[in-house]
Write a protein that binds this ligand. Structure first.
Ligand SMILES: Nc1ncnc2c1ncn2[C@@H]1O[C@H](COP(=O)(O)OP(=O)(O)OP(=O)(O)O)[C@@H](O)[C@H]1O
Ligand SMILES: [Mg+2]
Length: 287
């Protein structure tokens, strides 16, 4: 099984039928992508979200919101609750209390993982989850089919629009020359870009990236920053990262950075502002 609920599991003997798909969508709100109410300029809104594991509060009244089109970097020490927050947004973990909304109206706490993914939230896990035995091109094709619910045979002919989208995405992730290679032969950095490409094929409204630069060389890290900067505006993004150079490349001078610690927001502002914050220096950056 791969971790990404939007990507079909190729180990299945047959692709799931349309019926089973609509069965999943039937749980909670069935939301068609594009129906997110962004009239207030907010794509994601969390208020007083608390998650406890055996009495330990991994999230402790976390309140945070992301604007439409924003690329928000989240930093914070190990155990701050950053991944737990993404688990809550994507429906992997149900909060004990608090609000989690996509746009104005979509209550994510009432939805399961597949319906949240279909509502327009894509998640990049730390370890790249690509189909190693399939060519790069086919990885993108499969991801697109997951989006449309086009669960016909893998060999069905792609229409022109679909081909154009695959080519466009290959260009974005700079893997045009690798299109026919098996995904398993790519470098770590290329696999990470391919997975982002697969998420883009689903045309997400919000992309969550949890330590996307982990394990990358400096060069790969900067290529990834370039890609994400290029995507800015196409979809909103939340990027959790420890690599401060990478964060600096994404946040620039004006981008907002959120510092989390102990399950809540410790500080918020431009990278310069949070770096100068005494509380942040004490608890995270160190002296
Ligand atoms: N399923 C779980 N069961 C019990 N405790 C958990 C679970 N998931 C997370 N935790 C705990 O919750 C706290 C927050 O963890 P989380 O993984 O969200 O932190 P993080 O900010 O992503 O840290 P890192 O930077 O190391 O990835 C940690 O103390 C962790 O041990
Ligand atoms: Mg984490």
């Amino acid at each position: 099984m791969n971790e990404n609920p939007m990507v079909p599991d190729l180990s299945l003997p047959e692709a799931p039928s349309e019926t089973s798909l609509s069965g999943v969508a039937g749980m909670g709100h069935a939301v068609v992508p594009g129906e997110i109410d962004i009239s207030h300029g907010t794509i994601l809104y969390l208020e007083d979200v608390t998650v406890s594991f055996d009495g330990f509060r991994a999230l402790n009244a976390l309140t945070l919101s992301i604007d439409v089109g924003e690329l928000r970097c989240i930093i914070g020490p190990n155990g701050a609750g950053k991944t737990t927050m993404m688990d809550v947004i994507t429906g992997k973990t149900t909060p004990d209390s608090g609000k989690v909304f996509l746009g104005q109206t979509i209550d994510l706490t009432r939805m399961n993982e597949p319906s949240i993914a279909r509502a327009g939230i894509g998640r990049k896990f730390q370890k790249p989850t690509v189909f190693e035995q399939h060519p790069v091109w086919e990885n993108l094709e499969l991801a697109m089919k997951a989006d449309k619910g086009w669960l016909s045979s893998l060999r069905s002919r792609l229409d022109r629009e679909a081909q154009a989208r695959i080519e466009e995405t290959l260009g974005l992730i700079r893997l045009e020359s690798e299109a026919r290679r098996l995904a398993g032969e790519l470098s770590h950095g290329q696999k990470q870009r391919l997975e982002i490409g697969m998420l883009l094929m689903q045309q997400p409204s919000l992309l969550l990236l949890d330590e996307p630069a982990a394990g990358m060389t400096d060069h790969e890290t900067m290529e990834l920053a370039e890609l994400l900067n290029h995507l800015r505006g196409t979809c909103s993004m939340m990027v959790v990262e420890h690599d401060m150079e990478f964060v600096a490349a994404l946040a620039g001078e004006k981008g907002r950075v959120t510092v989390m610690a102990e399950g809540r927001v410790l500080a918020h502002g431009s990278l310069d502002e949070v770096k100068r914050d005494e509380v942040v220096i004490e608890s995270y950056l160190g002296r």
